[in-house]
Design a protein around this ligand. Structure first.
Ligand code: C2O
Ligand code: CU
Length: 432
């Protein structure tokens, strides 16, 4: 991996102001080609895709319960669609071409409307040929603000991704390279985090919202210069915040931290060759007004509590290199089936509690994402753990999840290593 360090001053995430339009907020996102300084200043720029002239796209900030209309304009020369990852919204607004909507053709506009039911950290990204469109940059943060925000001095988004680039900043466009598809997927040789703010004071209390927006890379991240807790995962407040140590985020997973600033802050990816700097946050001055004390917990989300499960299904991840499957388009499978079929993997009644065993029978980790719902990770003793929308299942391991399927519609269930999804690791469930 390229060891050059990101300069925190080179660019930041723009925040889109919120115009209000007759009781509902109306936003405009234009998918388009952009040129960005991804490599350190002085190195080449990168031609990629983004929204409203930037990559990542603007950070969208909404309030819980706020009715929003987001007009997505397609300024690309190919079709697209935008998925609002982790938001429990109406099925027809989920942004999945051929399942919940038609493609947004070039020069067309689609209005997405929804009312976010939960506060927390989410993100949006292309859901059409996403192994390529997300790798090219079609991503942005989507923040649903708390009813009563925690007492912090700053609220900073940290969007992490990686890119496979040549030395001059040109993206390598081998998005469907068969070797990487059958292994860990299209993986960057340069990684960095984009921060929505560049400077804090010593003694500040800060909320960080980490988002792994990479297509395939699992980021093990260490944050230095701070002391504090993990307070939410995948948008959902933790019942028991826990001390911040090394954070492992699969593609699409998020973590919210509340920390006190001790010294200049570094975000490092843990690699076999040692730490790799993703971003720096400068410290200037001292906050003498801050009252210290225990890290506050966030308000708990209001999701239906599970009943005794009425179905127990098993989803076995299969394929990949060393997986005994034939090479070709359908390198990956669930239960021996690649890609979306006309029959769903599961059919659930609205409100039904279901247990699903996610069994990884491959030599690679997979981050399994369910649309339209959050689910509980379950430990070996059967105890309900954290609420998540994406769960990381390591090679040859398995994990049970329990979900209350209360959101009607056809919902995707797929690996969020987007190369694996492209290689066939996608299915769907029907809730009716
Ligand atoms: Cu983040 Cu099916 O997507
Ligand atoms: Cu996978």
């Amino acid at each position: 991996m390229n060891r050059r360090y990101f300069l925190a001053s080179s660019s930041a995430i723009a925040i889109l102001p919120l115009p209000t339009f007759s009781g509902q907020t109306r936003l405009h996102l234009k998918a388009e080609a952009v040129t960005q300084q991804i490599l350190p200043l002085g190195d080449g720029t990168t031609s990629m895709l983004g929204f409203n002239g930037s990559m990542p796209g603007p950070e969208l900030r909404l309030r819980r319960g706020q009715h929003v209309q987001i007009d997505v304009e397609n300024g690309l020369d190919k079709g697209t669609a935008v998925h609002w990852h982790g938001i429990r919204l109406e099925n027809r607004m989920d942004g999945v071409p051929m399942v919940t909507q038609d493609l947004i053709e070039p020069a067309d506009i689609k209005a997405y409307t929804f009312v976010p039911p939960d506060s927390g950290t989410y993100w949006y990204h292309s859901h059409y040929t996403s192994h390529e469109q997300v790798a090219r940059g079609m991503m942005g943060a989507l923040i649903i603000e708390d009813d009563v925000p925690p007492d912090v001095d700053h609220d900073i988004t940290v969007l992490i991704s990686d890119w496979l680039m040549q030395k001059d900043g040109t993206l390598t466009d081998e998005f469907t390279d068969m070797h990487s598809l059958a292994h860990d997927g299209y993986m960057g040789n340069y990684a960095r985090a984009f921060l929505s703010q560049r400077q804090v004071k010593q003694g500040d209390r800060v909320r960080f919202r980490l988002i792994n927006a990479a297509t395939n890379r699992v980021f093990s991240t260490v944050v230095s210069g701070v002391s504090g807790s993990v307070v939410a995962l995948d948008g959902m407040a933790l019942a028991k915040p826990h001390a911040l140590t090394e954070l492992v985020l699969a593609p699409a997973q998020r973590a919210d931290l509340i920390v006190d600033i001790i010294s200049p802050v570094g975000f490092d990816m843990v690699t076999r060759q040692g730490p790799y700097r993703l971003a720096d946050l400068a410290v200037s001055g001292t906050n003498t007004d801050r009252k210290t004390g225990p890290i506050p917990a966030l308000a708990l989300p209001n999701l239906p509590l599970p009943d005794e499960p009425t179905q127990h299904l098993t989803l076995t991840m299969m394929g990949g290199a060393m997986g005994g499957r034939h090479e070709g388009d359908n390198i990956w499978a669930f239960n021996n089936i690649s890609d979306l079929q006309s029959e769903p993997f599961g059919s659930f009644k609205i409100g039904e509690t279901v247990r699903i065993t996610l069994a990884n029978d491959t030599s690679f980790p997979h981050g399994i994402h369910l649309h339209g719902h959050h689910f509980y990770e379950v430990d070996e003793e059967g105890v309900l753990g954290n609420l998540r929308d994406t769960t990381l299942v390591n090679a040859r391991e398995s994990r049970d999840i329990i979900c209350v399927f209360d959101n009607p519609g056809r919902w995707l269930l797929h690996c969020h290593m987007l190369s694996h999804a492209f290689g066939g690791m996608r299915t769907w469930v029907n809730v009716a």
